[in-house]
Design a binder for this molecule. Sequence first.
Ligand SMILES: Cc1cc2nc3c(=O)[nH]c(=O)nc-3n(C[C@H](O)[C@H](O)[C@H](O)COP(=O)(O)OP(=O)(O)OC[C@H]3O[C@@H](n4cnc5c(N)ncnc54)[C@H](O)[C@@H]3O)c2cc1C
Length: 419
Amino acid sequence: MTDAITTPRNTDIAIIGSGIVGLSCAFHLQQLGRDCLLIDPHGFGRETSYGNAGSISIGNLLPQSTPGIMGKGLGMMFDADAPLKLDYGAWRNWFGWLLRFVREGGKGRVMPIIDAMHAINTASRDAWLDLAEAIDARELVADTGYLHVYGQESTFEAGAWERQLMSERGVSYQVLDAQQLRDLEPGIGEQFTRAVFQDQSLAMRDPGQFCQRLGEALEACGVQSFRAAVAQFRAEQGGYRIVTDHGSVQAKAVVVAAGAWSNALLRDFNTRIPVIPARGYHLMYPKQADVVHRPTLWAERYMVLSPMVQGIRMTSIKELTAIGRDPHYHLIQRRDADARRLFPGLQGEVRAEWSGYRPCTPDSLPIIDRLGEHEIYLATGHGHLGLTQAPITGRLVADMMAAREPAIPLAPYRRARFD
Ligand SMILES: Cc1cc2nc3c(=O)[nH]c(=O)nc-3n(C[C@H](O)[C@H](O)[C@H](O)COP(=O)(O)OP(=O)(O)OC[C@H]3O[C@@H](n4cnc5c(N)ncnc54)[C@H](O)[C@@H]3O)c2cc1C
């Protein structure tokens, strides 16, 4: 943080967490004219929001758990190439969550979740374009769409249900044959002959840089940023005392936007939310032109190759774990060969590897809510789509605080759905 302060003044709203979700909340709250303080020990967007695949996935409407997930999941346990991994040493953290995850994907429960996923992702396109314009960072958000490619006919056919759901809800997409796929991405590997192109999706070219620029733009508008870790916060003097490792500060309201770390912060309010970390990884390859032009997902591998400002990024793996456990980099290293099968023109050695915690709920929807009668607002649990949904989340939190009609109905994102 360039202008991070060492002694913050008491504030109207303290926002815990400066990932893309906390920053987006600060943006919209500052626009309401509220005094905001961002608190984070690491600066702007240095955790999960730094290393994602950069897809602003407007057309995505399926949660992670869908009918048949139990059989699919069991199959993945015996497939070394499957993206789902379980960190068995942390089983206490994810076992109950996993049972709930399977339940949420049941036939009787999944349709409202799909509608809620569609609603928030559709609203995210304008929210993203407005945010990027407002901070003069439009060049980092490319209008390239999102490409899903299939290595097997059977997987493409299994996606018929998803395509039907998209058609029924008016999601813009095109099914591509082998030639149309090569017209769009000439460098694609020869085993890929089927694809679905979601043309309304956007592509973030540098998530870390975007967060940094958004944070600096907020500072220029008077938002304070405080590099500290919140140990706890409690109700005091008609507001909240926020105790950090660098002193304490008083606020009238608090937004908890601490991603996978959010749960621990709520313990003084007797609240637990089913948000667990699902670790994902990336590898960075050198910058090279004309290899891949947009985020491209290999559906069977759940692996994405994305062109970024610094080079080409490959992301994959969903490892259920607990905060603080050691990452297992071999899981992503063994995907290097797959990245070169997806785009055989990919050159050069891996330049960097990274891992980060997706903050996941069992139904894949975020938690955007007010905590009872408290002036505490939750903006967390965005899982696999937090980059996509961050700006609209900021808008919805501001809608709640301003007591105005929300941009989309809030009911599906309320915490009480898990009670
Ligand atoms: C490999 C991978 C690929 C992904 N690809 C995509 C994609 O293509 N599209 C998409 O939409 N999403 C994607 N995601 C998901 C997306 O990155 C996340 O959902 C999103 O970044 C979550 O943002 P956040 O602000 O909630 O969390 P974070 O970015 O993790 O921010 C939380 C912040 O809270 C801070 N914090 C924690 N504890 C405290 C404390 N006690 N006091 C103060 N601050 C604290 C942390 O330091 C951190 O900066 C991907 C994720 C991964 C891992």
